[in-house]
Design a protein around this ligand. Sequence first.
Ligand code: UT7
Length: 338
Amino acid sequence: MSAKRSVGILSTGSYTPERVLTNFDLEKMVETSDEWIVSRTGIRERRISSPEQASSDLAYEAAKAALEKANISAEQLDMIIVATVTPDMSFPSTACLLQEKLGATRAAAMDLSAACTGFLYGITTATQFIQNGLYKKVLVVGVETLSKITNYKDRNTCVLFGDGAGAAVIGEVTEGYGFQSFELGADGSGGSLLCMPAGGSRTPASVESVEQGLHYLYMAGGEVFKFAVRVMNSATEAVLSKAGVSKDEIDLLVPHQANKRIIDSAVQRFGLSEDKVAINLDRYGNMSSASIPVALDEAVKAGRVKEGDNLILVGFGGGLTWGATLLKWCTTPAEGSK
Ligand code: UT7
């Protein structure tokens, strides 16, 4: 018997900007078609933040919703982790900016950079702090304003990405429930396949770097696709086996939303019916670290998740990175953990 505390998700919240960019809008911007985008990716539209909105603004809305749902005040938070590759600025961290907006005066705050796998790295990190007794409540936010680093003249990437934020309050839950297993991984040799080449210490911002378009997101789509199919399946298998749960016991798969064909390969591999998969990429495209928490929040709101369900959250992305968790759903705080 493990004496470890049971840690899980106490509540979720999400926010997506109002402005919708459809495939038909994109047809007027680059040489593409709704037919190509839908058949190759499954995406129909995505949300775009306003010029005034930065990542911390989106994160604030999602975080506020999650705190309200859990009936927790910002002052109760011990830590804030923001997973993003589109921070408001290099520093201070978006987590510090969010801490100030929320009035979470007691909370330690840091950003975490694991691209589309950021939310999974974030909840895994939060769990360690709670399991060892240092903290009781940790807010994890996956947020991206990818539209700000997308080149709307490049059809290879501009049809794929969107903006949004998803948040979760992590804390101690009823014994036996919550996160049952985690799997995280990285392969830095594939770093150049998905990156923003300039703006850091390797190639600081300059007139030349801007003229060369090096501040836009770059992706070698085909290679990332093959990697994604491979790790999505292996990471899912790893968390199932670590938790001693069979694929027939999966109640809901909440995958990273990069491409419907990548999700379909996992659905086939694990023999899942459509009602056991959370999909939102048709409406939001790929929101990187926000994709999984937004999909989870929508599934919860739609009544698709009930106590005791086995959820698998699985993602992959730049780094290259990947991660998964098996979560036995329960939002009831453990006795005495408030
Ligand atoms: O979240 C991080 C992880 N990201 C991912 O997992 C994304 C993984 N990759 C993908 O989802 C897919 O590789 C893409 C959606 C990016 C591309 O789909 P694909 O089936 O791999 O297409 P492709 O790259 O093999 O391109 C096929 C053709 C090319 O034309 P040629 O060279 O064969 O003449 C592209 O130029 O499709 C062309 N193409 C387009 N055509 C119309 C690329 N983008 C477009 C477009 N509209 N938007």
